[in-house]
Design a protein around this ligand. Structure first.
Ligand code: FAD
Length: 331
């Protein structure tokens, strides 16, 4: 009998899984349901617009649909337009590849005056559900909070605001980057840091330090040794936590454990959390017999796009091997 697989979500995890299932079970029915009218998840709405080479990976992600080995159903949200129980009855196995769409919160007073990175970066990328930040016009000082690549993406895009249509109304003169730990704790990848160091419109401003090891820390040390540059200073503040966002109706100040910073815009880049689908909260690659999870829905918000491909191959093998050996539905 022809095996039937359903996947919720068409980000890298869903697309790589569809491809891997088609290879592991040639001739199987593979249906991918995507809640938005556009596919490819964060590759379309998260990856920075100036990272064209990374965004071009959509050419790979679309292959199973172009080849006709899987079907893509856009504008269908599992849990709203079609129930998980229905899918589990109608398919031999179902996988949630629904990402980690919830912005993590700092939990400090006035946080509603700050932009969570999920919304901010989605808005820059034209996501249909992301509202523009309020009070963008003329904003001269931005604070970015975070120690990972999304924070560096936000800093870089803000620095290049003159080149990015929707950010044109900004008039940034300074960007402050708040990092909770020290230089040894950052999760920046070296290539993203190198891009900051090569910006023509901005320059990294750091105090010298000498007690950290690792490739990222070495680059930060090299930044600290540079003379002042041209354009917008990007001030790195280590061991600095935002403790409150203050302002009357709009942001005016970010309070930190080391003092107050004037700010017209603040972007929090502190991670994401998974969401439940039809009452099921994905906990790992195998949730229940016949119900699986892939990508960020399985593992949480970490790893790069290729990580999803490697994992999809392993998961597809497991799903195919189990079809026929276990009931697909507990509904
Ligand atoms: C701002 C940002 C920038 C990044 N930049 C890079 C980068 O440059 N390079 C890199 O390697 N990695 C990058 N990453 C990481 C990369 O995007 C992730 O590894 C990858 O997107 C995770 O894939 P996923 O399919 O699990 O989740 P997602 O890409 O989030 O895809 C989930 C999909 O599921 C859909 N969905 C959700 N719920 C439902 C539902 N109930 N029914 C149907 N569909 C649903 C969503 O609409 C979405 O299309 C970035 C991440 C972020 C947040």
């Amino acid at each position: 009998m022809t095996a039937r697989f359903a996947i919720a979500g068409s980000g890298p995890a869903g697309c790589y899984l569809a491809d891997a299932l088609a290879r592991a079970a040639p001739g199987a029915v593979i249906d991918v349901f995507e809640r938005l009218d556009e596919p490819f998840g964060l590759v379309r709405f998260g990856v920075a617009p100036d990272h064209e080479a990374t965004r071009a990976i959509t050419r790979v992600l679309r292959r199973p649909f172009d080849k006709g080995v899987a079907r893509l159903h856009l504008g269908v949200e599992v849990g709203r337009d079609i129930s998980l129980a229905f899918l589990r009855r109608d398919y031999d196995a179902v996988a949630l590849a629904t990402g980690a769409p919830v912005n993590r919160r700092l939990g400090v007073p006035g946080e509603e005056l700050a932009e969570p990175s999920g919304r901010f970066i989605r808005w820059i990328n034209g996501h249909p559900e992301a509202a523009p930040p309020a009070h963008l016009a003329g904003a001269g000082r931005a604070v970015v909070i975070g120690a990972g690549n999304v924070a560096l993406d936000a800093v870089r895009l803000l620095a290049k605001h003159r080149e990015i249509g929707c950010l044109n109304p900004l008039a940034l003169e300074r960007i402050d980057l708040l990092i909770r730990g020290g230089p040894e704790d950052v999760r920046f990848t070296p290539s993203e840091l190198v891009e900051i160091g090569e910006l023509a419109v901005a320059w990294p401003q750091l105090d010298a330090f000498d007690d950290a090891t690792g490739e990222a820390a070495a680059l930060l040390k090299e930044f600290a040794a540079r003379p002042s540059g041209q354009g917008i200073p990007i001030r790195f503040h280590f061991r600095t936590r935002a403790t409150a966002f203050l302002g009357a109706g709009r942001l005016e100040t970010v309070e930190t454990n080391r003092g107050a910073l004037p700010a017209d815009l603040a972007v929090t880049c502190i991670g994401y959390e998974k969401a439940s689908v039809d009452g099921i909260h994905p906990t790992g690659p195998e949730i229940e017999p016949g119900l699986y999870a892939a990508g960020w829905a399985a593992r949480g918000p970490n790893g790069t796009i290729p990580t999803n491909r490697t994992e999809a191959r392993t998961l597809a093998q497991r799903m195919v091997a189990r079809v026929g050996r276990e009931p697909s539905s507990t509904a």
